[in-house]
Write a protein that binds this ligand. Structure first.
Ligand SMILES: Nc1nc2c(ncn2[C@@H]2O[C@H](COP(=O)(O)OP(=O)(O)OP(=O)(O)O)[C@@H](O)[C@H]2O)c(=O)[nH]1
Ligand SMILES: [Mg+2]
Length: 282
């Protein structure tokens, strides 16, 4: 990933069978982002078996944002959602990269607030938050999922210190300066890419932007019990990364080798000084 972006903002959207949602998503995104100084693009990374790619292609319009579609064929979709986002980051051309779901659970109208601190240079990483004072989790399906979501938040903060500045490290809505991932090898596992970026990326300042998580607009959830298990595996991996880093930072730094002493043989006669004659060559 190079440090230079070609537009101000890339919105990376992972899609898996989201055909009924992408048109509305584009209309609502364009309504809030068209006119952004420096321009914006949207990068769909698609693992669909429905007609999402055809719908996305049909949405490109003259004068609209650059739209890019990376469709991954069945059998070559490594990493699922996390792998898709990683591929999206690799081709994103924005100085700022934002991530949001395609099903409108992340209302596109909050995106300007999420990217603003990064565009303004006051934060390197911004997490959308359902759990701050002005956030809400209305769209999360069922009481059980809400309890699990809260529990996961607590576990993330306990086990993975790098996620503590984030009010909602499990959020799929976030933005970061592209330099955060400069030279970074991500190893995503499952749905929680923000935890991955916060743990392996290079950042100094974090901001949280509260929003109300909406209900899925149309189509079916891709999340399931398996994703819950993958989340725990990912959490343990990131906890190990943090522990290792903590240990390394406590280790004494490299010792500076003493300047080697040079033995000078004082018995060596001094080199006689010769009065150099200036010879003018003819
Ligand atoms: N490219 C890609 N996108 C995926 C994959 N799984 C999910 N997505 C997308 O990631 C986003 C989040 O997935 P959802 O199915 O909405 O999961 P969720 O929001 O946790 O679950 P719901 O609240 O039930 O919607 C959506 O835009 C999906 O289309 C995948 O394997 N590959
Ligand atoms: Mg969803």
């Amino acid at each position: 990933m190079s440090t230079r972006g070609l537009c101000a903002l890339s919105v990376v959207v992972p899609t898996r069978n989201e055909a009924p949602n992408v048109a509305v998503l584009m209309v609502r995104l364009s309504a809030v982002l068209d006119g952004l100084s420096g321009g914006w693009e949207v990068v769909f990374v698609d693992d669909s078996d429905d007609n999402t790619p055809e719908v996305v292609r049909s949405l490109s319009r003259p004068g609209g944002p650059d739209m890019r579609l990376l469709h991954r064929e069945p059998g070559s979709r490594p990493g699922g959602l996390g792998g898709a986002l990683q591929e999206g980051f690799a081709i994103a051309r924005g100085q700022v990269i934002a991530v949001m779901d395609a099903d409108l659970q992340h209302p596109p109208e909050v995106l300007p607030n999420v990217v603003a601190p990064v565009l303004a240079g006051s934060a390197d990483l911004v997490g959308g938050s359902r759990y701050g004072r002005d956030g809400a989790n209305n769209g999360l399906d069922g009481r059980w999922r809400r309890v699990v979501s809260r529990g996961s938040l607590w576990l993330s903060h306990c086990l993975v210190p790098s996620t503590r500045p984030l009010e909602d490290p499990g959020s799929g809505l976030f933005a970061f300066r592209r330099s955060v991932l400069e030279g970074v090898q991500l190893r995503p596992d499952g749905y929680k890419m923000l935890m991955e970026v916060a743990t392996r990326g290079h950042w100094h300042t974090v901001a949280n932007v509260n929003y109300t998580f909406a209900e899925r607009y149309a189509g079916n959830s891709n999340a399931g019990l398996r994703q819950g298990l993958v989340f725990f595996r990912h959490l343990v991996r990131l906890a190990v990364v943090c522990r290792r880093r903590e240990r390394e930072s406590k280790r004494p730094g490299p010792t500076v080798a003493p300047t080697p002493t040079v033995d000078i043989d004082l018995t060596t006669p001094p080199v006689p000084t010769v009065q150099a004659a200036v010879i003018n060559l003819p």
